[in-house]
Write a protein that binds this ligand. Structure first.
Ligand SMILES: Cc1cc2nc3c(=O)[nH]c(=O)nc-3n(C[C@H](O)[C@H](O)[C@H](O)COP(=O)(O)O)c2cc1C
Length: 404
């Protein structure tokens, strides 16, 4: 069942309710920073100029701002990480690594595929809104696990003292419909090696970790049964935590929820399970929600592709609105969560924030062609941030100040 009609997810239409003076200042900043570059310390600038504090949270950890790079092709190597730290992102989620056991065995190896081609394409939702999606057929990390560990360690070193949080992402074993056992060894080995890399040459602190359920999982036999998916959600935090406990380390477990091939009610059921799980089975946070999946579309010889754009944000926002109501009704203790899905403007980010998101992670908007950003200098991330903050009608500064 649908929770609301398609196209009903958003609330923020029209113009942000701010004074004419603020509107003019945002317009001025949009224009002058496009040509001269944004101030080096944007957080300080926003406080001084607009009285706007953009400090945020991820997994309950403080962030200097809410903007993050979502896991994917744009957080695969140290140069990308360096550029994003310099651009001032609040956090960077590294590409998803495929878990392995001590002998190198990977039950989810089907996800360790290298991409051959990536197309950034316009997309229009059935209800008429237009946006962007990226089509490709690659999946998770395809290099060695050691190379990933090195990336994590070096990224941590680069980020030290900058205020940018680095987060690893993992696709661990998930038992399919005919499997009775969990590959606990994959959980143990992968988590412990990640912790080793996390703690090497760095001040001890809990390691946030995203457990990735990729959208292509929706098209796999593994996720054909609802009960199985709900069981995953309860078991995963326990397995990751136990692995960390064995080496006296602390993890903050976040589950990155995918859009399963079932209806909205089931998507809400996923959130219900996350919120009602207790003790070891409870996640520390979650990420909502990864892309949609089209089982019919073919790309580069592969049938079934993940996609994003307005249909994705619409579905996510519809479901999150229902979660908000349910949390009210039940008095659940809300879990912290990070938003993902079609965040291409400050206005859209604000839509997620109004439903409780404490940070925003983007992929597609950081990958558009240069023509899509008004700023003509600096890295893609700097140009995107300029757009996100200062766009004269859709910018975060306007919508955050409007408070709506
Ligand atoms: C090319 C591409 C690769 C991605 N790879 C991963 C991945 O390895 N792990 C993951 O958790 N999400 C992955 N994602 C999902 C993104 O992290 C993000 O959650 C999703 O695309 C929705 O955000 P967006 O609409 O801003 O792109 C990928 C997305 C794209 C487009």
């Amino acid at each position: 069942m649908l929770i609301g009609p398609p196209g009903s997810g958003r609330r923020l239409y029209g113009v942000a309710d701010v004074s004419e003076d603020v509107r003019q200042r945002v317009l001025r900043d949009y224009e002058r920073f496009a040509d001269g570059g944004s101030p080096a310390n944007l957080e300080d600038y926003l406080v001084e100029e607009y009285g706007l504090d953009v400090a945020a949270e991820y997994a309950g950890l403080r962030l200097k701002n809410p903007w993050g790079k979502a896991s994917g092709q744009l957080s695969m190597n140290l140069n990308q990480v360096r550029e994003d730290i310099e651009a001032g992102l609040g956090f960077i989620v590294l590409k998803t690594v495929i878990a392995e056991d001590e002998s190198g065995g990977q039950s989810m190896q089907a996800w360790a595929i290298k991409e051959a081609r990536m197309d950034v394409e316009p997309i229009t939702a059935p209800f008429g809104d237009a946006g962007w999606t990226i089509t490709w057929k690659g999946r998770g990390w395809w290099q060695t696990f050691d190379a990933y560990l090195e990336l994590l360690q070096q990224a941590r070193e680069l980020a030290a003292g900058t205020g940018t949080l680095i987060v690893p992402s993992v696709k661990y074993h998930l038992p399919g419909p005919n499997e009775d056992t969990w590959r606990v060894d994959e959980y143990r080995y992968t988590t412990q090696r990640l912790l080793e890399a996390w703690n090497r040459n760095a001040a001890a602190s809990p390691m946030p970790i995203e457990k990735d359920f990729s959208p292509t999982l929706a098209g796999s036999d593994r996720s054909a049964a609802k009960a199985r998916i709900l069981e995953w959600l309860r078991e995963i935090p326990r397995l990751i935590r136990r692995a960390a406990d064995e080496v006296n380390s602390q993890v903050l477990v976040g589950q990155k929820i995918f859009n399963a091939m079932f209806d909205d009610e089931f998507q809400l059921e996923i959130l219900r399970v996350l919120h009602t799980a207790a003790g070891e089975a409870r996640s520390d946070f979650f990420i909502f929600a990864n892309r949609l999946f089209n089982p019919q579309r073919e790309f580069d010889g592969v049938r079934g592709v993940a996609y994003g754009g307005p249909e994705l944000s619409d579905r996510n926002l519809r479901i999150l609105r229902a979660l908000e109501a349910l949390t009210h009704e039940t008095g659940w203790q809300p879990l912290p969560w990070s938003a993902t899905g079609d965040i291409h403007s400050g206005r859209l980010a604000r839509e997620y924030a109004l439903r409780g998101a404490s940070s925003f992670q983007l992929h597609t908007f950081f990958q558009l062609s240069a023509a899509c950003y008004r700023m003509k200098q600096g890295s893609r991330t700097q140009r995107a941030l300029h757009e996100l903050y200062f766009h004269p009608t859709d910018g975060y500064v306007l919508w955050k100040l409007a408070g709506s």
